[in-house]
Design a protein around this ligand. Structure first.
Ligand code: 6GU
Length: 226
């Protein structure tokens, strides 16, 4: 059982975590998702969560005080201390190996950064790990937190067919092989005959070759280990 806590200024945009496979996984008790609005721990009458950066510059910085108080309060909601993940383009890029590693944790707190950033003292004191989902910039960490959550949820044992997880793209460091279904010929385009042969060893060999060819053509970086 994985408990996911998410700290965000925009809890209302997390609908994808309550549809499809993530919804079923929660109904099955494989995972629990708890959303928390950082505004709840805002400072003063205006529940302030951000301020201008010391030293000047554009944008706003999330304040240390609400981030510390929120993290402490959320941590206290369950017996186990969560591993605190900061969603940030400054982190190491997420890959399937990191998904499998993080999916074995029992409790994670995903913190969604926003604006120009957040007070460095929070990152130093309370963040265990930073996670980026790729080399481009999003408006905030929310979409990244949803991407990570979905990836973590679907590999929880029982969420989807175990064989699907084993055969996923990237699960063995390769892209997926092509897939076909009926009819055997569609608008003059035939399905590769080996798939209709009933020869399971030959089918497995073909799929393996196709995965390798595709990976070499499209993502040589995955083969060279770079
Ligand atoms: Cl985690 N956050 C933001 N704001 N942008 C990103 C990202 C995260 N990962 C890639 N781009």
């Amino acid at each position: 059982m994985l408990r996911l806590d998410v700290l965000t200024l925009f809890p209302e945009i997390f609908a994808p975590l309550f549809a499809s496979i993530p919804a079923r996984a929660q109904q099955a008790g494989l995972v629990a998702v708890h959303l928390h609005n950082l505004r709840q721990w805002g400072v003063g009458r205006h529940r302030q969560v951000d301020d201008t950066p010391y030293g000047g510059g554009p944008g706003m910085v999330l304040l240390a005080e609400p981030l510390f108080r929120a993290t402490e309060a959320i941590t206290a909601l369950a017996p186990e201390r969560p591993r605190v993940l900061l969603m940030s383009p400054q982190g190491p890029r997420l890959d399937q190996a990191a998904v499998f590693r993080l999916a074995r944790e029992s409790r994670l707190l995903l913190v969604c950064g926003h604006y120009e950033g957040l007070d460095e003292r929070y990152r130093e004191a309370l963040v265990d790990e930073e996670v980026s989902i790729g080399d481009y910039v999003l408006s905030g960490g929310e979409l990244a937190a949803m991407v990570l959550s979905d990836a973590l949820i679907r590999v929880q044992p029982g969420a989807i067919d175990a064989e699907s997880v084993r055969q996923d793209s990237f699960a063995e460091g390769l892209l997926d092989h092509p897939h076909y279904s009926r009819p055997a010929t569609f608008r003059g385009m035939a399905v590769p005959p080996v798939l209709l042969s009933g020869n399971h060893a030959a089918i497995e060999k073909w799929r393996r070759e196709q995965a390798l060819v595709r990976t070499a053509e499209r993502r040589p970086d995955l083969l060279s280990g770079s």
